[in-house]
Ligand binder design. Structure first.
Ligand code: ATP
Ligand code: MG
Length: 400
């Protein structure tokens, strides 16, 4: 068995020694059966959350009301969730109450899709009451039980179906697809943050083309912030969703480029995305704009961060719909920049004030430093204190 599962076996055995049962569930089992890389390891057990907390030295009650305890063991984290069924959902967000049960099959029945409702014992035996393996084999995403009922209980599942489509390249089972078309409007009832989590996974999925196609055909975009008011953008964007995006920031930047009347600020606010993502999108956008005007000039590359090179390259190639840039080409050009940050300049604001002590502090310092920075970045001025000082005297003479 995969080493990731091996590492979790002591957790299952601890629960078993205390008289409980425990199995692997969810995405890890699905991905193992598909021979894909395994994400988080989830364990389900009939032990109640307080028992789980008592049995392990290091735990974090990350979702105790839903029965989930994070167990930290040998520098790894495992989600251990008590078998449960969900009570009534009356606000479309969270079940009114969660009822813990002793029967694994009941726990599997509350899960979203058959391919996610497969359990595996520590010895690798599969427990699959809803024939998830068959659907894995047929490459079908199908709800456990009636799809309309399941989407009405929790509309997020429709978005999850689309993200699994994007990650796995499967087809939607036809009843599941029909139920998505019929119940799509319920997506407006749930918190946009929850939709955004699934959207991000969708955007990064290998089969994003297929997923976006389904979003268009099923008209799900009508219930998604911004897209709902910009049908033309949806149609146009579809032609650009040709290969997986490297980040949500890259995707947002692309959408802003396709319709500049929708600002990055507006995208991030409407989708309640983080400030980190907003800033990264803005940065990618300014590099892209500079590149469009000037080509791969030093001044444009200087706006970029090394960590974002691949995203920038993918953005350019996606926008131009052909491979115009290569990662290693841009990486090489970036590496040959004289400086990559203002703090690397061999002359700072204090040096300037020392040079011209009778002048007042003020915006001129920033202006001058910016001018020095530009010269150094472009390679027209060496990043050496003496050279810069000489250049500064010249600048002062010319600007006074
Ligand atoms: P990933 O590899 O992205 O983690 P995953 O299938 O493990 O995929 P999670 O969001 O981690 O997805 O959820 C773990 C499991 O919990 C799912 O496989 C599914 O069985 C169940 N689940 C998660 N969200 C829902 C939901 N909204 N409704 C029903 N079951 C759900
Ligand atoms: Mg998971």
């Amino acid at each position: 068995m995969n080493v990731r599962f091996q590492n979790a076996i002591p957790i299952i055995e601890t629960l078993e020694r205390a008289g409980y049962e425990a199995v692997f569930v969810g995405g890890a089992v699905r991905d193992r059966l598909l021979a894909r890389d395994i994400g988080d390891i989830d364990i389900a057990t009939n032990a109640k959350p307080d028992v789980v907390q008592q049995l392990f030295a290091k735990t974090i009650p990350i979702g105790i009301e839903h029965g989930t305890v994070l167990v930290l063991y040998n520098d790894e984290a495992f989600e251990v969730t008590t078998y449960r069924i969900d009570g009534e959902y009356d606000d479309f967000r969270h079940p009114n109450q969660v009822v813990f049960v002793s029967d694994l099959e009941k726990d599997l029945a509350r899960r979203d899709f058959t391919i996610n409702a497969i359990a595996m014992t520590k010895t690798g035996d599969i427990i699959d009451p809803f024939h998830g393996q068959e659907d894995l084999h047929r490459k079908v995403i199908k709800t456990v039980h009636n799809p309309s009922d399941r989407f009405q209980e929790d509309p997020l599942r429709m978005m999850r179906a689309l993200r699994f489509l994007s990650q796995l390249g499967f087809e939607l089972d036809s009843n599941t697809e029909q139920a998505i078309i019929r119940n799509g409007s319920l997506l407006t009832e749930i918190a946009v943050e929850r939709i955004a989590v699934e959207l991000e996974k969708l955007v990064l999925g290998k089969f994003v083309t297929k997923a976006f196609e389904t979003i268009t055909i099923s008209k799900i975009y009508k219930y998604l912030p911004i897209f709902q008011e910009h049908e033309k953008l949806v149609r146009e964007a579809k032609t650009y969703m040709k290969s997986p995006f490297l980040s949500m920031a890259e995707w947002i930047t692309l959408l802003h480029q396709l319709d500049s009347s929708i600002t990055i600020e507006h995208w991030c606010k409407s989708w309640k995305l983080s400030n980190v993502l907003r800033n990264k999108s803005k940065l990618l956008d300014s590099v892209y704009k500079c590149y469009k005007l000037n080509g791969l000039r030093k001044g444009c590359l200087y706006l970029l961060k090394e960590a974002y090179i691949s995203e920038f390259v993918h953005l350019v190639n996606t926008m131009e719909q052909k491979k115009t840039l290569y990662d290693n080409e841009v990486f090489h050009a970036y590496q040959s920049l004289p400086i990559t940050n203002r703090s690397e300049l061999q002359l700072n604001g204090n040096d300037l004030l020392e040079m011209v002590p009778n002048l007042q502090e003020g915006p001129w310092i920033a202006q001058l430093l910016k001018a020095v920075e530009e010269e150094v970045v472009n390679g027209t001025l060496a990043n050496k204190k003496e050279d810069i000082k000489e250049w500064v005297w010249e600048w002062i003479r010319e600007n006074n």
